[in-house]
Design a binder for this molecule. Structure first.
Ligand SMILES: [Zn+2]
Length: 253
């Protein structure tokens, strides 16, 4: 229940479980600029980020500022920010250690590539050029802007135009069209089930059905999956699992 591409991580739902994310370095063959050669992301998140940056033709406009962080790194960032920026700013923009989705490897901070020093906590990511193309194409590659204006009371984090979270294309599409942040989307999915209504999404070449399976209190949950071409199973890090069933060859994860 604590792993998968749809885990909800926030102040109320810390990173749990002792599994290590399947990480890959961002620097290398994918022609994405990085602030630091050591930046890594969960491997599917990285593949989709590379396809998004290429699709947006934004290779030279964007730099990856931050990706996976261990709990120790998040602690260091939090404490540095407290010292440099004070309590109010830090509470708005930096998640508590153990409660940052950067610890899943599924979150990436991106900034506009500029001359001179870049703001690590709050990089500029404007609505222009390659950055704007990235924003417009993000959902089709499975990414959502995780902390939006107007959702501060739900997410507990101020608007962060630079912080993207990989959730997968059908989920990103539904979150965008319903204007739901991840907290709201995870709650919304509880109305869908294998036997009842499923949330459907169709693209050219593939379609998906999405439903929720509550975790059994015994600790063992049976998940029923219909005949399909592929499926993914993700814990929600709260109380159950989300099944995404795919039909068609165009599905890319
Ligand atoms: Zn971030």
């Amino acid at each position: 229940m604590y792993r998968g591409h749809l885990v909800l991580v926030n102040a109320d739902h810390p990173v749990r479980g002792d599994h290590a994310p399947d990480l890959a370095a961002v620097a290398g063959g994918d022609s994405i600029h990085v602030l630091d050669e050591r930046i890594a992301l969960e491997s599917l998140c990285l593949r989709r980020l590379a396809s998004l940056v290429a699709d947006a033709e934004a290779q030279d406009d964007i730099v990856v500022v931050s990706g996976y962080r261990s709990k120790q790194e998040q602690t260091a960032i939090y404490e540095d920010s407290l010292r440099e920026n004070g309590e109010a700013y830090t509470a708005s923009y930096v998640a508590l250690p153990g409660r940052s989705e950067h610890q899943t490897g599924l979150a990436v901070d991106v900034g506009a590539r500029v001359e001179g020093e870049l703001d690590f906590i709050a990089p500029s990511f404007p609505d222009e050029g390659g950055c704007l193309a990235f924003k417009r194409l993000a959902a089709s590659h499975g990414f959502v802007q995780r902390y939006k204006e107007g959702k501060e009371a739900v997410t507990g984090i101020a608007c962060e135009p630079w912080h993207y979270r990989y959730v997968g294309a059908p989920h990103a599409a539904w979150m965008e069209s319903l204007d739901l942040c991840l907290e709201e989307y995870i709650a919304y999915l509880r109305m869908f089930s294998f036997d009842g209504e499923r949330l459907a999404y169709a693209e050219e070449g593939w379609r998906a059905e999405i439903y929720y399976v509550p975790a059994e209190e015994t600790g063992v949950t049976a998940v029923t999956v219909p005949a399909c071409d592929a499926y993914t199973l993700s814990g929600n890090n709260v109380d159950g699992f989300i099944v995404t069933v795919y039909e068609g060859a165009g599905y890319e994860g």
